[in-house]
Design a protein around this ligand. Structure first.
Ligand code: NAG
Ligand code: NAG
Length: 412
């Protein structure tokens, strides 16, 4: 009996220790809070794996719980009027400043795209709701938060196309006039997968000859920018880092394209490139685009190319073509396509698998002559900026938010 209790206690302790303990770099502030937060994420991820294995609910369906617990009902307050609308059939949440005194003056606008690996997240999660209100009050701006549809129910290009449709609809004189927005002062912004969508839609708009109203700025917060090389130094260095381990990012990428698990397995091994995408590997060559300091101990090897990967997948859109699509991987365009892009703000975090995606884009945009502000956080981890709500509120998130809003204030 006594032995039984001891075994039970030991088992419980090691179970708890396993979930909580994860080597977290010394430099990271509030490490204990991050360990606890991460243990929640890891437990949920294991539960999601189990659920998928047992055929109860798919992995992303269980992970969506994270979105649900943070969802709020968007209410107008003293300063901000919030409405839920549909633009071209896509749900959006509009945050507008409440009129005070002179209301003839035109305002700035930020089109915001939430993160969550194209599979999770919502404009209505409290960190996004709070951020939108902060932008409205500090800039006297309109914020348009887009509730694009999500994978795996809606694979690429549906999430991208939803965003594109909303942006095209908003950037019309009559629509802007309705919300008293200055057509010369509109930015697109997003974090993580939202940063991916923001970068992609910025590229697309400047290619369209009929587009009269242009974006003034793009603000990309730890964006995902390429699916070809999932072994950059940051992917290697941070493969087990909290919030976004490499496995989860690979899962997001593969689910964005297809539910066929063969792509996930190939991406894990970085052997998913095909002859078509391999001709674009030069655009994501970290050996060429990362400053020396980020090379660290890693040596460049080009991802291997597998003849005809994806052929066996019987989906409508073979992943072979999707991989090479710059609407999914904005880094894949030549320099000429970067030249006339709006000025950019790029935020990167040291402890993030996506760090090098962001830094490579900074290098490439600057080389193409685009004005870029790069803010790198030496103690940041992926997703930091949205950890603003108790009990998972981090001081660094507040500093990041303030710096980001300051940039918008000065550059929009
Ligand atoms: C990557 O860049 C390095 C030099 O910076 C070069 O030697 C190598 O051939 C390049 N590889 C690809 C696939 O572009
Ligand atoms: C990278 O290359 C150098 C020189 O060839 C070698 O000494 C080092 O061990 C390599 N690093 C890794 C991580 O393979």
């Amino acid at each position: 009996m006594r032995l039984g209790s001891i075994i039970l206690v030991v088992a419980l302790c090691s179970f708890t220790a396993y979930y909580i303990y994860e080597p977290i770099p010394e430099e990271i502030e509030e490490r204990w809070k991050l360990m606890l937060t991460n243990s929640f994420f890891r437990s949920l991820s294991h539960l999601a794996d189990l659920s998928e294995l047992l055929g109860l609910k798919d992995y992303m369906g269980v992970m969506y719980f994270i979105t649900l617990v943070e969802k709020v009902v968007p209410l107008s307050d003293e300063h901000v009027r919030v409405t839920e609308e549909k633009f071209e059939g896509v749900e959006v949440v509009l945050y507008q400043p409440k009129q005070q005194g002179d209301d003839t003056e035109l305002r700035r606008a930020v089109i915001y795209l939430h993160g969550g690996g194209w599979c999770l997240g919502s404009s209505l999660m409290s960190p996004y709701d709070l951020l939108a209100r902060k932008i409205v009050t500090e800039l006297n701006a309109v914020v348009l938060s887009v509730e694009y549809r999500l994978a795996p129910a809606h694979h690429f290009p549906v999430p991208y196309e939803d965003v594109h449709r909303v942006v095209k609809h908003f950037l019309q004189d009559r629509v802007l006039a309705q919300y008293k927005v200055d057509p010369g002062r509109i930015a697109v912004s997003g974090d993580s997968a939202g940063g991916n969508l923001a970068a992609a839609v910025s590229q697309q708009l400047q290619k369209e000859p009929g587009q009269k109203i242009h974006l003034k700025a793009q603000a990309l917060i730890y964006p995902v920018l390429q699916a070809l090389d999932l072994n950059t130094p940051s992917y290697q260095q941070n493969q087990d880092m909290p919030i976004l381990p490499r496995t989860l990012m690979v899962r997001f990428w593969s689910e964005y394209f297809t539910s066929d698990k063969a792509l996930f397995r190939a991406m894990m091994a970085n052997t998913h490139n095909n002859p078509e995408s391999s001709s674009l590997l030069k655009f994501v060559n970290w050996s060429a685009f990362l400053p020396e300091t980020y090379h660290r101990k890693y040596n460049y090897t080009a991802p291997s190319v597998v003849q005809g990967f994806g052929r066996e997948a019987s989906g409508v859109d073979p992943p072979s073509r999707l991989l090479a699509d710059p609407r999914a991987s904005p880094l894949l365009v030549p320099d000429t396509a970067l030249r006339s892009l709006p000025k950019a703000y790029v935020l990167t975090c040291e402890y993030d698998v996506l760090r090098d995606d962001g830094i490579m884009y900074v290098t490439r945009l600057r080389a193409a002559g685009v004005e870029v502000t790069h803010e790198h956080y030496d103690t940041g981890f992926h997703g930091t900026m949205m950890f603003t709500v108790w009990p998972t509120d981090f001081l660094i998130a507040r500093r990041m938010t303030d710096n980001y809003v300051k940039w918008l204030k000065e550059n929009l």
